[in-house]
Design a protein around this ligand. Structure first.
Ligand code: FAD
Length: 862
């Protein structure tokens, strides 16, 4: 080795599973020199090691196979929908033969250490054989499920008979004929192997810690409808998979489970059960993985199936999962798993009721019983996603190891690269779709992305690339935001690291979907490697930034709106815009039930009759009163146009919400709206008791232009010497006519409320000369002695900075004012009840402020 000549290899990779194999092929095509180290004695990775009886894939083989070799696609025919391990291994070996891959693989060799040499800009790799090689790029293709979990059962070494691990099954197979066997573990491997081992064993006891949701695979030849879907359009089919959510082309579900009748649901779930595909049940409705009540419907469907299969009711109940929502742990496909418990020689021990105390020389002792066995099988799973990565002593810049960096949970940029670890890539690493996808699709994408990144790097005259801390933090935030709007984090699953004692509880895979993930990666590249610093002998370039900043559910709606190609609202006339807003309101989720809704009218400032809608909580009154003003730029909206939000606030704050309309522009221009605001305050205060509310100071609230009306009304009431106001909650309010604050230019387009629309609103509402009047721009008024305030601001809102400025100005005037700033949200987020799960904290914050103002009001009243 002579570093003057450069490193020994362009790329060193660890692992010769499907990831490492494709990497060799792709790098060779690019003329790069690559060597792969593999601990096993042949290719195949997962399919080399996991030789337990019944081992199969659970994504159909026509999907779970390489797409990069069209010839291979034609010449290889799968014998079953879900191929067995021997067939998948033969496939891997066939690919290795066909592309002569083995010549670049060093089998039977483990990588133990990898150290980044900053001076030489290369990695030094050390193997268990003591060899050291150097390379420019270091790739971990070590797999998500390749590191068996260390046994955490007392006495694990004491058993005198043979023990077998599903993940390290003997190549020559095992014959359990005539044996009494104990099996520990009922995850995917246990569920696949138990029915087959039961056919041989004389007696089998299954020890179950957590029951799992499983459904029959209905294996057999590939079904004609699947063949038809692919025939003559294989390349398009594969492309659809690349942009799908899970790596298998499927139409996205449009309906909530609650939009279907119980009969329709039953029919849909029965069809899914008969289909025998992981996605067929869980992709049936769009809320199964986000709404606990919706998930319970499918969970109970599966539990009823288990009850109908398993004859002994006690065993059936023990096999019914109840401690996690369905599919939040890896769901399983089985072939006769539950039926196995009807065999007279098979029994189940529910470890939640009767835990294992220790493994003994003769068998297994639980708290209440002693079992003797001839053999024990451990189907105890993996230290998933991070286990194999941190098992190698990888030291990056400044000698910090990956293990140290990930002490509190893995941190990656795109699940592929790590700050502090230059030219390092982890295929299907934590923070990428990986185990939540058809992994073949995810593996291919990562291999291609690594190769493209290397080519681009060198073409741009650099030799080292590394993500920035900002990019990495931003990605982790996004990964967590995505997980947090789902039910996944509610399960103690290996997705959360919960199966390994001491492992940090962090949701490991990226739940945002294969297609959206690919789009993010493509965008990173298109934007000149956003989030990467790239260095070389001739200098460096740091393109710092965060690739996904908008909350994922909000981003989805923004994308849908962009795809609809709607005309900008400001291109419509007010009547057209009002009709559009009313039509959109029809399509939104309704919000929660309240005790009572009453519609009525009150006298506006000019004596005209204006509508109000009252939302009464379902609890004994009288309730405190909140006067609410709707949004809509003084032009649009009505007393009921913020209906879902008002319902939500009524339920959460246990207050009477009176949503009062005000006259709209352009028919009634400034100051009609705020004059009506004050009239509403007077009327509501005077009539609080008649409305069923508590007399005394009311709380004012309003969204957007309604926030403006609320803020101005507080100033008017102070100047008029009453009515008294307990507090003001201003939700993304208009406070000023100044468009020069940065949020106006940063968020001018693309986040629902645009700069153009704000111009349109102001033009309809107020003449230029009136706009600086404090009754139009309350920030310009006297702010002393105003009621306490909560101002909600959203990051991607043109009005963000004037909201913040209003808080500053209120505080400067001695008012008790607080800003609640929401990351990743837009102007309309707060109102997205039932639409944006991520905006629930905004509504909680508002409701909590309403409650605190109200309780302060109670103290005053007392
Ligand atoms: C039983 C089972 C069934 C599965 N079924 C499916 C399925 O149906 N669909 C699906 O999408 N995914 C499935 N998976 C996930 C599966 O792991 C991936 O689909 C895929 O095979 C992973 O390929 P890989 O090359 O990334 O990693 P692996 O196949 O895990 O290969 C990694 C290799 O790296 C080697 N290695 C690790 N550390 C070192 C080291 N330090 N030195 C040298 N070598 C090392 C290992 O020996 C291993 O051979 C399944 C996994 C299991 C365990």
């Amino acid at each position: 080795m002579n570093e003057q000549r450069g490193p020994d290899h362009d790329v060193v990779a660890v692992g010769a599973g499907f990831a490492g194999m494709y990497l060799i092929h792709r790098l060779r095509q690019l003329g790069r020199n690559v060597v792969v180290f593999e601990a096993g004695d042949d290719v195949g990775g997962t399919w080399y090691w996991n030789r337990y009886p019944g081992a199969r894939c659970d994504i159909q083989s026509v999907d779970y196979s390489y797409s990069w070799d069209p010839e291979l696609e034609e010449e290889w025919t799968w014998s079953e929908r879900y191929a067995t391990q021997p067939e998948i291994l033969r496939y891997a070996q066939h690919v290795a033969d066909k592309h002569d891959l083995r010549r670049d693989i060093r089998f039977g060799t483990s990588v133990e250490q990898a150290t980044w040499d900053e001076d030489a800009s290369l990695w030094r790799i050390r193997t268990d054989g003591g060899d050291e090689v150097t390379c420019r790029y270091y790739v971990m293709a070590t797999g998500c499920l390749s590191m068996p979990k260390t046994l955490d059962i007392a006495g694990a070494e004491s058993f005198d008979g043979p023990t077998y691990f599903t993940s390290r099954w003997p190549h020559e197979g095992v014959d359990f004929t005539g044996m009494k066997i104990g099996v520990i573990g009922t995850g995917s491997s246990g569920i696949q192997s138990i029915p087959i081992m039961a056919q041989q064993a004389e007696e089998m006891v299954v020890f179950q810690r957590t029951p799992n949701f499983s459904m029959p695979a209905h294996n057999g030849p590939v079904r004609p409808e699947k063949i038809e879907t692919i025939a003559g359009r294989r390349a398009e089919y594969r492309e659809e998979a690349r942009w799908s959510r899970g790596g298998v082309p499927l139409p996205p579900p449009e309906l909530s489970v609650f939009q279907a009748t119980p009969e329709e649901r039953e029919e849909t779930f029965e069809a899914g059960w008969a289909q025998g595909e992981l996605f067929s049940l869980f992709n049936a409705y769009n809320d199964l993985l986000i709404n606990p009540a919706a998930n319970e419907v499918v969970s109970e469907f599966i539990r009823n199936k288990i009850r109908s299969i398993v004859e002994d009711p006690v065993t059936a109940e023990a096999l019914c999962p109840t401690n996690h929502p369905a599919a939040t742990k890896r769901p399983c496909l089985d072939s006769g798993y539950f039926e196995t418990f009807n065999l007279p020689h098979v029994s189940l021990v529910d470890l939640r009721a009767d835990p294992i105390s220790s493994i003994t020389s003769a068998g297994i002792d639980t708290a209440s019983r002693s079992f003797e066995f001839d053999a024990i099988v451990f189907a105890t799973g993996f230290d998933a996603m991070t286990g194999a990565l941190v098992a190698v002593d990888i030291a990056g810049r400044d000698g910090v190891t990956l293990k140290e960096k990930w002490e509190d949970g893995p941190k990656t940029y795109l699940g592929l690269t790590v700050e502090g670890f230059p030219n390092f890539f982890a295929i299907t690493g934590p923070g990428s779709p990986s185990v939540l996808s058809n992994m073949m699709v995810s593996i291919e994408q990562h291999v291609e992305l690594i190769c493209d990144s290397i080519v681009d790097l060198e073409a741009d005259g650099f030799e080292v690339m590394e993500p920035t801390r900002t990019a990495e933090d931003g990605w982790i935030t996004h990964v967590n935001d995505c997980a947090d709007i789902t039910l996944y984090p509610r399960a103690n699953s290996w997705y959360m690291g919960a199966n390994v004692p001491g492992k940090p509880r962090v949701f490991l895979p990226y739940v945002g979907g294969v297609g959206p993930y690919r789009a993010a990666c493509d965008e990173v590249r298109q934007r000149g490697y956003l989030g990467f610093e790239r260095r070389g002998p001739n200098g460096s370039a740091c393109n710092d930034g965060v690739i996904r900043r908008v909350q994922p559910d909000v981003a989805m709606v923004l994308e849908m709106m962009a795809e609809m190609g709607l005309p900008p609202m400001e291109s419509l006339n007010p009547d057209e815009a009002r009709a559009f807003v009313a039509a959109s309101a029809e399509a939104r989720p309704p919000g929660p039930e309240v005790g009572e809704i009453v519609d009525g009218t009150y006298p506006g400032a000019d004596g005209s009759s204006l509508e109000y809608r009252l939302y009464r909580p379902d609890s004994p009154g009288p309730h405190p009163v909140v006067l609410y003003f709707h949004g809509g730029g003084w032009v649009l909206g009505s007393a009921e146009s913020d209906d879902p939000l008002c319902r939500d606030l009524c339920v959460q704050s246990d207050a009477l919400i009176v949503s009062c309309n005000y006259r709209h522009a352009p028919e009634a221009r400034f100051p009609a709206a705020v004059d009506d605001g004050f009239a509403a305050l007077q009327w509501v205060t005077e009539n609080a008791e008649a409305l069923g509310g508590r007399p005394g100071p009311v709380v004012l609230a309003g969204w957007s232009a309604g926030g403006n009306v609320a803020a101005v009304t507080c100033q008017t009431a102070r100047d008029a010497g009453g009515p008294a106001i307990a507090g003001q909650v201003l939700i993304t309010p208009v406070t000023d006519c100044d468009f020069t604050r940065p949020s106006y230019s940063e968020n001018a387009q693309g986040y629902v409320l645009t700069r153009g629309l704000m111009d349109w609103f102001w033009d309809h509402y107020a003449d230029a000369a009136d706009r600086t009047d404090p009754r139009a721009s309350p920030i310009r008024g006297d702010l002393a002695d105003l009621p306490p305030a909560l101002v909600v601001t959203c990051e991607f809102d043109p009005l963000r900075d004037e909201g913040s400025a209003y808080v500053d100005a209120l505080r400067a005037a001695g008012v008790d004012a607080r800003e609640a700033a929401f990351r990743g949200h837009v102007h309309t987020s707060a109102g997205g009840v039932g639409m944006f799960i991520s905006s629930a904290p905004i509504r909680q914050e508002i409701a909590s402020a309403l409650r605190s103002f109200v309780s302060a009001q109670e103290v005053v009243a007392d």
